[in-house]
Write a protein that binds this ligand. Structure first.
Ligand code: ZN
Length: 210
């Protein structure tokens, strides 16, 4: 599956929103990729996961024992990646602000773990998830996402020797601002959080390119 085909699926499924959005990172942007809409068709979700699994296998990296993603965004994606790779799959979630494992999910020390996220912009939630898994002894081997909006790899080696490869199906760099610098906010427009506002910003498919 080519990056253009993947972006085409975002458009075709109404998952590419145009407007004024507050991303989960807190940054403001005029484009929002609503992966929940992309993944609402289980067959499409399965095809995307198969494509990323192929990419992972082609790198001849270590085998993967487990897939973990941060809730809520990565719950469905983790499940689909686990199915594609033939591994267990579950999610971390916040408890009193702290990313943690609940519901009896367990990591055996030494297990090789793929961290997944639906969209990576700053990689903040995925980093919290991978730190939680590392503390439990899991060995993180890579990060896998549908769409990389970071313009690079937020998980790359920062000098600690703990850098991770980031695999993605497509890239679309986010043009985003801190709220204080956002031109839409400066014009008095209220940003929406698509994750929590049903139907917000449904003017999809415009010609704006970020
Ligand atoms: Zn704004």
């Amino acid at each position: 599956m080519t990056p253009e085909e993947v972006l085409g699926l975002f458009r075709a499924s109404g998952a590419l929103l145009e407007g004024h959005f507050e991303l989960s990172s807190g940054l403001h942007s005029e484009r929002y990729f609503q992966c929940a809409k992309l993944l609402e068709d289980p067959r499409r979700a399965g095809q995307l996961a198969e494509a990323l699994a192929l990419q992972l296998k082609a790198t001849a990296g270590p085998e993967i024992d487990l897939v973990v993603g941060p809730a809520i965004g990565a719950v469905v994606w983790a499940q689909e990646m686990g199915r594609a790779l033939g591994t267990r799959a579950f999610f971390t979630e916040r408890s009193a602000g702290e990313m943690t494992l609940r519901r009896g999910f367990e990591v055996t020390p030494g297990e090789r773990v793929l961290i997944v996220e639906d969209v990576v912009t700053t990689g903040g939630s995925a980093k919290e998830a991978l730190n939680a898994i590392r503390e439990l002894g899991g060995q993180i081997v890579a990060v896998g996402t549908i769409l990389n909006r970071s313009g690079g790899n937020p998980f790359a080696d920062d000098g600690t020797g703990e850098g991770l490869p980031l695999f993605s199906l497509a890239q679309a760099r986010a043009v985003a601002w801190e709220q204080a610098d956002c031109p839409r906010c400066a014009a008095g427009d209220q940003a929406v959080k698509p994750g929590s506002r049903p139907g917000a910003g449904m003017a999809a498919g415009g010609g704006h390119s970020a």
